[in-house]
Ligand binder design. Structure first.
Ligand code: HEC
Ligand code: HEC
Length: 371
């Protein structure tokens, strides 16, 4: 009986494997990027834990918070190094929980650190790079739209907004990635994740068609940056210092709704609002009066800057992971008058409440060379 079962699975699984392996072998291999020195690798590993593990997981497995993708899938590192890793890491994917980490846009990492972390992730993955064409993928867009509706919407959403998977019609996603990178992901899937290799279900032509359909969503996709604003100083932390103290009925003892928070802001209540996301995204848009207090900052040494006699409300976009993490640190330090914005900043905006947006959008037109 045992042997019979084994045979059954072998037969079930082999054709799929054979096909995927065949498709992969069509790709020419590419030399690996530079290796890191011991010191660079140590810094990169630390940076990963400090900045990325919150959402991508302690072991790069992904999907810890807000459906952040796996950062150890071989197929990603075969096709994505350096640009498809470096660009989202540096500039973020606007409109998702993935912010930019490069200092130039207000993030905490230097250019060298972003390159080293890209290569560190590559070496950790054990992948071998393949050579992908830079040329556009041609296909029949209306046919691709049908394939998309049939096979992709359950996870990626009807409008490519991402449900349990990345937002495929997102302008930054489309600006950062070449057609062949997208095609490769569809064909090979992302090993170790729910993204299956569609080489097993779709013809090459239909993979081209759906790739062309996704690309057709990129109208004016450009990588942009904004003029950096001054970060508030401690004497500016309290909103409405002369007002009455804000006080909320907190759901589960910690959550404030967007509706209640907005009403308190309208009523000029006294409070502190902290933005716990990577600071580059505070630079692009934030709640009026909020102070950047990113989850990776040295929280223990910074809490002392905060007044103790006022409610401190934290928010993020993931939609609560970073804010809860930071508010727990506050609680540990003896600050118990705290709250977390339940819907996060995207939920807040979806409900039509206002944010302060940066001015001076500038297109970054650089070609990132090997480094
Ligand atoms: C607050 C949560 C969060 C943090 C922290 C975070 N990410 Fe992400 N990341 C995401 C999400 C969500 C996505 C997918 C967004 C989308 O496209 O819908 C993503 C996407 C990515 C991608 C694109 C992967 C792919 O499959 O194309 C890379 C690369 C990446 N992140 C690297 C990093 C690195 C490196 C760090 C740390 C420096 C980091 N991220 C920190 C949430 C996060
Ligand atoms: C069962 C859910 C599911 C279905 C169905 C699905 N995907 Fe995915 N897809 C995912 C997940 C989850 C990821 C992120 C994987 C990871 O963690 O790296 C992903 C990743 C991708 C990526 C890479 C995105 C990036 O940021 O690098 C592309 C492109 C993609 N999918 C296209 C498609 C297309 C096209 C279809 C339909 C033919 C499809 N997917 C169907 C779940 C799904």
């Amino acid at each position: 009986m045992k042997n019979y079962k084994w045979l059954f699975w072998l037969v079930m699984v082999t054709p799929g494997f054979a096909q995927a392996a065949l498709a992969k072998s069509q790709y020419e291999k590419q030399d690996p990027p530079r290796e890191l020195t011991e010191e660079q690798a140590k810094v990169a590993a630390n940076n990963y834990q400090k900045y990325c593990a919150l959402c991508h997981g302690d072991n790069r497995e992904g999907h810890k918070n807000d459906h952040a993708p796996s950062l150890r899938s071989k197929s990603l590192f075969e096709s994505g190094v350096p640009h498809s890793i470096l660009r989202p890491m540096s500039y973020g994917r606007h409109g998702t929980a993935m912010g930019g980490y490069l200092d130039e846009v207000g993030g905490p990492m230097t250019l060298d650190e972003t390159w080293d972390l890209t290569y560190w992730l590559f070496w950790q993955s054990g992948a071998q790079r393949v050579k992908l064409s830079e040329n556009p993928v041609h296909g029949d867009v209306p046919k691709g739209a049908k394939i998309y509706q049939q096979y992709c919407t359950t996870c990626h959403g009807e409008n490519g907004e991402g449900i349990t998977a990345p937002a495929l019609f997102n302008p930054s996603f489309l600006a950062h990635n070449k057609d062949e990178f997208i095609r490769y992901a569809i064909e090979q899937g992302r090993d170790g994740t729910p993204m299956l290799p569609f080489a097993e279900t779709l013809s090459e032509e239909d993979i081209d068609n759906v790739t062309a359909f996704i690309r057709s969503k990129a109208s004016a996709a450009k990588i942009t940056k904004v003029a950096l604003q001054a970060i508030p100083t401690p004497d500016q932390y309290v909103i409405n210092p002369e007002g009455e103290n804000a006080k909320f009925e907190l759901d589960q003892g910690k959550y404030v709704s967007s509706k209640d928070l907005h009403a308190a802001m309208q009523a000029n209540k006294r409070m502190v609002l902290i933005d716990t996301r990577v600071t580059s995204v505070w630079q692009r848009a934030h709640l009026a009066g909020s102070v950047p207090f990113p989850y990776y900052s040295d929280i223990e040494s910074r809490v002392g800057d905060m007044p103790k006699d006022v409610l401190i409300v934290g928010y993020c976009s993931c939609p609560r992971a970073a804010a809860e993490y930071v508010m727990e640190k506050f609680n540990d330090a003896g600050y118990n008058n705290t709250a977390v914005l339940y819907e996060g900043i995207f939920g807040w905006m979806n409900l039509g409440y206002p944010v302060v947006r940066a001015e001076g959008l500038e297109v970054i037109d650089e070609e990132l060379e090997g480094h």
